[in-house]
Write a protein that binds this ligand. Structure first.
Ligand code: GLU
Length: 503
C-alpha cells in the first residue's frame, strides 16, 4: 500500500491513559510496518478543558513510551499547523462553503432552547436530537440575521440515507440517518465541533486510515455525512476495542495505574508497557509469541489480527513482561532508572548518582535486589537492608529476635563476630573462610550457621544472597554517599552489645 498516512489525535485534557496509548501504538506500528507517515495532531478545540501543560506532558509521555512521529506540532510538516486551535480559519472557510452550497445552515437556537428540546425528548422517552427548527429558515432571512450580528452556529443538513462503512476491525458497520440530528459543525463562538474538525483535518492531512478507540464508532456516521457533503472520499476506519479492567468494567483510575505517567512513576519500563499494550487486542501470526522487540512488532503488525472483542487489562502479565525487561536491561540503564526511586526514599542524594563509582555500585545494588520485583518503585523497600541497619531493632524485632534468644545461634555469632572485626576489609572469599572456621569451632552448618549470620549482618530474615550483599555493604561504606551505608564490621560492632552477645 503506497503512501499510508495515519494520525494520533489526542485532546490535551488530561494524562494519556492506557486506551489512548494503545491507539497511538497501533497507529505507529501500522505506519512503520507500511513505511507510511505517523502524524501527531493536537485536538485542543475544547478551550475549557485543554491545557498547554497537558500537551507538553503528552509529548513527553509519548516519547518516553518510545513513539516518534513524522509530523506534529513540535516538528511541523507539509500540512501544518497540527494544532486545531491554530486552524480555526480553515474550519470557518469550509463551513462557509457548505452553507453557500446548501449543505449546511445557520442555527440561531439558544442553549436554553436546545436544552428544553432535549429535556422534552428525554421525558417522552425519545432519543434527543435537534428538531431542525433553523433548517426551515429562508437563507436570505438567516443571512440577514447573521449580518445583524446575531450569534449563530453552523449545522450540517443530514440527508436521509444510511451510513455504511467497512470497518477494518468490526467489519461492515451501518447506521441509519434517522438517529442523527443535524450536527453542529462550527459553534457560535467560532470553535469547530469535533466531528467536523476531524474530517477537515483528516482530509487535508491526507490521512488514509483512521485507527481509534471504538468509543468513536457512533461518531463515524456524522463524520461520513461531512465527507459526503464536501464530496470527499472518506479514509478507511479501524475502531479498536474497549479496554476492560479485571472486573470487566471499562478500565478507569479505580483499577489502579492507567496512565503512561503513572506507569512511569511505578517504574514500569517503556519497552515492557509497549510490548504489553501491543498484545492488548492484537497477537502475532503464530498466536503465541509474547516477548516481541519493537522491530519484531513492526514487522509482524497487521490490522487483520486486531480483535473486536474487548481486551482485559492484566496487570500481572504486564508485571511479568516488566520483570523480563528489567532482567535483560543494561545494568547501567537499570541503575540510572532506579536512582530516582532511591533518591525519593531518601537513601541517596541526587548528587550521589552523578558519581561514577556510586553508579557502578548502584548497578550491583539493583542486580542484588531485582529478583521477584514487579517494577522499579519496589526497589527502595527491597534495598532497605542495605541503607538502613538498626542493631537494636534486629535484636528485639518480632521476626529477628529468635536469633538472639537461641543458644545455638548465639554460639555461632559469638565465634563469628570477633573474626570479622579482626578484618580490615571483608571480601566474600574471606567471609566464606571465616564461616568455615566458625563451622569447625561450633559444629553448626547450613541453615544453623548461615541464618544467624544473615540476621546479624542484614537485620532481616531473608533477602538477596550474602555473596552479593557483603561486597555491597563493604563498598557502600567506603563511597562518598550523603547517607552513610554501614559496612559489615560496623553492623556487627553495633549488633554485639544490642544482642548482649558477650554478657
Ligand atoms: N480527539 C479525539 C480523542 O481524543 C480523537 C478521536 C479520533 O481519533 O478521531 O478521542
Amino acid at each position: 500500500m503506497a503512501n499510508v498516512r495515519v494520525r494520533f489525535a489526542p485532546s490535551p485534557t488530561g494524562y494519556v491513559h492506557v486506551g489512548n496509548a494503545r491507539t497511538a501504538l497501533f497507529n505507529w506500528l501500522f505506519a512503520r510496518h507500511q513505511g507510511g507517515a505517523f502524524v501527531l495532531r493536537i485536538e485542543d478545540t475544547d478551550v475549557e478543558r485543554s491545557k498547554e501543560e497537558y500537551e507538553r506532558q503528552l509529548l513527553e509521555d509519548l516519547r518516553w513510551f518510545g513513539l516518534d512521529w513524522d509530523e506534529g506540532p513540535d516538528k511541523g510538516g507539509p500540512f501544518a499547523p497540527y494544532r486545531q486551535s491554530e486552524r480555526l480559519e480553515v474550519y470557518a472557510r469550509f463551513a462557509a462553503q457548505l452553507v453557500e452550497r446548501g449543505h449546511a445552515y445557520y442555527c440561531f437556537c439558544s442553549a436554553e432552547q436546545l436544552e428544553a428540546e432535549r429535556a422534552e425528548a428525554l421525558k417522552a422517552g425519545r432519543q434527543p436530537r435537534y428538531s431542525g427548527r433553523c433548517r426551515k429558515l429562508a437563507p436570505e432571512e438567516a443571512a440577514r440575521r447573521r449580518t445583524a450580528g446575531e450569534p449563530a452556529a453552523t449545522r450540517l443538513k443530514i440527508v436521509a440515507s444510511a451510513f455504511t462503512w467497512h470497518d477494518l476491525v468490526h467489519g461492515p458497520t451501518s447506521f441509519s440517518s434517522e438517529v442523527i440530528g443535524d450536527p453542529i459543525l462550527v459553534r457560535s463562538d467560532g470553535h469547530p465541533a469535533y466531528n467536523y474538525a476531524v474530517v477537515i483535518d483528516d482530509h487535508l492531512m491526507e490521512i488514509t486510515h483512521v485507527i481509534r478507540g471504538d468509543d468513536h464508532i457512533s461518531n463515524t456516521p456524522r463524520q461520513l455525512a461531512v465527507y459526503r457533503a464536501l464530496g470527499w472520499e472518506p479514509p478507511a476506519f479501524a475502531h479498536l476495542s474497549t479496554i476492560l479492567g479485571a472486573d470487566r468494567t471499562r478500565l478507569s483510575k479505580r483499577h489502579g495505574a492507567t496512565s503512561l505517567e503513572s506507569f512511569r512513576g511505578l517504574g514500569i519500563l517503556p519497552e515492557a508497557l509497549r510490548n504489553y499494550l501491543a498484545l492488548l487486542g492484537w497477537s502475532p501470526a503464530d498466536g503465541k509469541t509474547e516477548i516481541l522487540s519493537p522491530s519484531e512488532l513492526i514487522e509482524q503488525f497487521s490490522l487483520d489480527r486486531v480483535i473486536k472483542s474487548p481486551a482485559v487489562f492484566d496487570a500481572e502479565k504486564l508485571h511479568w513482561l516488566n520483570r523480563h525487561y528489567m532482567k535483560v536491561a543494561l545494568p547501567s540503564r537499570r541503575a540510572e532508572l532506579a536512582a530516582p526511586f532511591l533518591v525519593d526514599a531518601g537513601y541517596i542524594a541526587p548528587a550521589d548518582a552523578e558519581d561514577a563509582a556510586v553508579r557502578t555500585w548502584l548497578e550491583r545494588v539493583v542486580d542484588a535486589v531485582l529478583k521477584n520485583l514487579d517494577h522499579l518503585s519496589q526497589i527502595p523497600a527491597a534495598a532497605r537492608l542495605i541503607f538502613e541497619y538498626d542493631a537494636a531493632a534486629t535484636a528485639a524485632g518480632e521476626e529477628t529476635r529468635h536469633v538472639v534468644e537461641d543458644a545455638g545461634a548465639r554460639e555461632v555469632l559469638k565465634a563469628f563476630v570477633p573474626k570479622v572485626l579482626a578484618e580490615t576489609q571483608l571480601t566474600y572469599e574471606r567471609f566464606r573462610e571465616i564461616a568455615k572456621a566458625v563451622q569447625k569451632e561450633t559444629g553448626k552448618k547450613g541453615k544453623d550457621l548461615f541464618h544467624p549470620i544473615r540476621v546479624a549482618v542484614t537485620g532481616a530474615v531473608s533477602g538477596p544472597e550474602l555473596e552479593k550483599l557483603i561486597p555491597i555493604f563493604e563498598e557502600g561504606a567506603r563511597l562518598p554517599l550523603v547517607r552513610h551505608v554501614k559496612g559489615v564490621a560496623e553492623r556487627l560492632r553495633e549488633f554485639a552489645p544490642a544482642a548482649k552477645l558477650y554478657l
